[in-house]
Ligand binder design. Structure first.
Ligand code: SF4
Ligand code: SF4
Ligand code: SF4
Length: 182
């Protein structure tokens, strides 16, 4: 991978996540072997430990949404409680404990769901709902503007599905998409 490809991949990751300053942060933290920690979203079983096992007070793991996989469902099982009173944005109907998912009407019967990353704690509740009953478009990723790239990732140690591994810094994210299967 040449330097141009490296920065092209970095820009793609930054664009999907809307990150500012990601280049500087990531280059500073990368290990000598040129790798960083990342979650394989196809292996994650949404156990919830990403929210509690990170060495940071607020986990470096956040929810990401692959819009090209989403069904834009009116009844989104990543957004709504299993038995909501109504399909509206009232707090009691929402699955997310921090109200980090925003629902906006597109056109009948479609709705768009976006994540407010500053509110997301990486608990994976929405990911579980979306994976079990929806298209699986919501997934978790380690955010490199937050992650310390510890020598040993404490979440990786605790992960029951061996879903967290080192990946090349040139491709620091493993986003789900219709095309990607592993
Ligand atoms: S610890 Fe592993 S299985 Fe649990 S939510 Fe994180 S990546 Fe998924
Ligand atoms: S349910 Fe959990 S993982 Fe999903 S957006 Fe809310 S805080 Fe983040
Ligand atoms: S490497 Fe460290 S900071 Fe990054 S996700 Fe793992 S425990 Fe958290």
């Amino acid at each position: 991978m040449n330097r141009r490809d490296f920065f092209r991949n970095m820009i793609r990751g930054a664009t999907v996540l809307g990150l500012g300053g990601v280049f500087v942060d990531l280059v500073r933290k990368v290990k000598a072997d040129g790798t960083v920690w990342q979650i394989d979203p196809w292996k994650c079983i949404q156990c919830g430990r990403c929210a509690t096992e990170c060495v940071l007070e607020q986990s470096a793991v956040k929810c990401v949404h692959s819009f090209n996989m989403c069904g834009y469902c009116r009844l989104c099982t990543g957004y709504f409680e299993p038995q909501p009173n109504k399909l509206n944005t009232a707090a009691e109907n929402q699955l997310c404990p921090t109200g980090a998912i925003f629902r906006t009407f597109v056109e009948d019967p479609y709705y768009e769901y976006t994540i407010n990353e500053s509110l997301c704690v990486g608990c994976a509740k929405c990911v579980k709902g979306c994976t079990m009953f929806g298209n699986g478009s919501l997934h978790l990723q380690i955010r490199h503007d937050r992650c310390l790239n510890c020598n040993e990732c404490s979440i990786a140690r605790a992960c029951p599905s061996d879903a967290i591994h080192r990946v090349p810094v040139a491709q620091p994210y493993k986003f789900k998409s219709r095309e990607s299967t592993s």
